[in-house]
Write a protein of this length. Structure first.
Length: 167
């Protein structure tokens, strides 16, 4: 299960970095964290845009700061959590759990790579409800999807595992 989880983590991290590279080099060339203005969103569907958002914080921009220590602090926390997850992955006894833990690890490392390279995380997916006054959901990326979906399935696996053991 360790190998499976680490393969999932590696594939997710590499795909995440490839997509972010495409966004920065092909979709929004010349944009950087230091750019004065955010580029215009690209409408893909009536409810989805491609955008370029530099997330200086954690999930959904929480703890966002212009301090040079913020990306270091957030990266250290993410690496510590990833280390604990690798330890847990060594003991995983189901494919679902191994893939889920691997997804969280891969997403966390993908965002750490962004902080190391750019000082912020590249977010580019923007979903919203058209024709409403509701704000757009915060922009996110493939790494965030891996973290969210992986964490959800870890919880689901835990719920079903406990239920099976109690029967």
């Amino acid at each position: 299960m360790l190998r499976l989880g680490l393969i999932v983590a590696g594939v997710l991290c590499v795909l995440d970095q490839i997509l972010k590279w495409v966004i920065l080099k092909a979709v929004y060339p010349g944009q950087s964290l230091a750019s004065a203005f955010a580029p215009e969103p690209i409408a893909v569907t009536p409810f989805f845009n491609i955008v370029l958002v530099w997330n200086r914080g954690a999930s959904f921009g929480l703890f966002s700061s212009h301090s040079p220590w913020t990306p270091v602090f957030l990266s250290v926390i993410a690496l510590i959590i990833a280390g604990f997850l690798v330890y847990w992955l060594r003991k995983a006894d189901s494919r679902l759990l191994a893939v889920s833990i691997g997804s969280v690890i891969g997403g966390a490392i993908g965002n750490v790579v962004d902080r190391a390279i750019h000082g912020a995380v590249v977010d580019y997916l923007d979903f919203f409800l058209p024709g409403t006054m509701l704000p757009h959901w915060p922009a996110f990326n493939l790494a965030d999807i891996g973290i969210s979906v992986g964490a959800t399935f870890i919880l689901i696996d835990g719920l079903f595992e406990r239920r099976e053991k109690s029967m």
